[in-house]
Write a protein that binds this ligand. Structure first.
Ligand code: ADP
Ligand code: MG
Length: 312
């Protein structure tokens, strides 16, 4: 179990994290989601013991990351955002170097390297120099170095950033299969990433946690629903009339279509908004051209929580 409690980090005048709290249970693949500059890398560097917090604690099991940094590094594997690799080494040389740095006994190093070549799909490149590898293979080598000492926990900072769509799918599949045996925290600002790989999501914005739960819970928890309608009638009267219904929230006009057909996105606060809107159209003798209902998806939730622009 990883417990992040009241974590705060300032870099000079910049407050990168403010009172961040979340937990990761054993076996979970946690998606750590947030726009650029939200504080994802800072949190991960603190969890892995690379930088220390300004306030608050991180515990891995019973161990505090500041007081027990050596023990915790044995249990953790870390793929940093920049994936620093010694590019003039061949893949097998680099993995041997990492195995030694990780204090894997010399008699076990060859087996550890073989296992990583297998798990991370490195057969084709094991004899190649790292600077000759594609970004996708470099990420695989980065994953291999993070896992070579068989840690229980993997901290992966934007593992698919900069990859092409095929490489993204490959790395995603790899992480998913590794996730069956390990606890993983994976940061990303890419939404499909989270839906495809993670069992739970923490959303961070401006250094504070703004939501957490399973992807389903986040979508259900929002319970925001919008009905899109196109109506033929007087725009001002339609808007005025709809604004008087308590069950309806924000009304936003979008893409006008022709002179007297008006398109609105209407936020529904309670009940089935479609019925209400249909009856409103009938009783006001407006012609209802089109109507459909849409619940918030994960992307809508993310955008609403991490941008100033509001919902609808
Ligand atoms: P993310 O990984 O979510 O993009 P970061 O944790 O890298 O976010 O950054 C959070 C905030 O802290 C940003 O405002 C960033 O500019 C600032 N920051 C990160 N690292 C440093 C540093 N070494 N010195 C000063 N400010 C930093
Ligand atoms: Mg980052």
């Amino acid at each position: 179990m990883i417990q992040v409690q009241n974590l705060t980090k300032t870099y000079g005048a910049t407050r990168a994290l403010e009172n961040v709290n979340f937990q990761v249970c054993p076996g979970e693949v946690l998606g750590f989601l947030g726009p650029n500059g939200a504080g994802k890398s800072t949190t991960m560097k603190i969890i892995t013991g690379f930088i220390s917090p300004s306030a608050g604690t991180v515990k891995v099991g019973d161990l505090d990351v500041v007081d027990n940094s050596f023990e915790i590094r044995q249990k953790l594997g870390y793929l940093a955002e920049t994936n620093p690799l010694y590019t003039d080494m061949k893949v097998h040389e680099y993995l041997r170097f990492v195995a030694a740095a990780r204090h894997i006994p010399s008699s076990e190093r060859s087996n550890a390297i073989k296992a990583m070549v297998q798990v991370c799909g490195l057969f084709a490149v094991v004899g190649k120099s790292i600077d000759a590898l594609s970004k996708g293979f470099r990420q695989r080598v980065g994953l291999a170095q993070a896992m070579i000492h068989n840690p229980d926990i993997l901290i992966l900072d934007e593992p698919t950033s900069g990859l092409d769509p095929n490489q993204i799918v490959e790395i995603r599949d790899l992480i998913r299969s590794i996730g069956k045996e390990k606890t993983i925290i994976l940061s990303t600002h890419i939404l499909p990433e989270v839906a495809a790989t993670c069992s739970r999501v923490v959303i961070i914005n401006n250094g504070t946690i703004v939501a957490q739960g399973t992807p389903d819970e986040l979508m259900r928890g929002s319970s925001r629903e919008v009905v899109y309608i196109k109506i033929k009638g007087d725009r001002g009267i339609i808007r005025q009339t709809l604004s008087e219904y308590h069950a309806l929230g924000a009304i936003k006009q979008y893409a006008p279509e022709g002179r007297d057909i008006h398109a609105f996105a209407v936020e529904i606060k309670e009940g089935d908004g479609r019925e209400l809107l249909f009856k409103a159209a009938v009783s006001n003798k407006w012609t209802l051209i089109e109507m459909y209902r849409k619940s918030e998806n994960l992307e809508d939730v993310f955008r609403r929580l991490t941008t100033k622009e509001n919902g609808v």
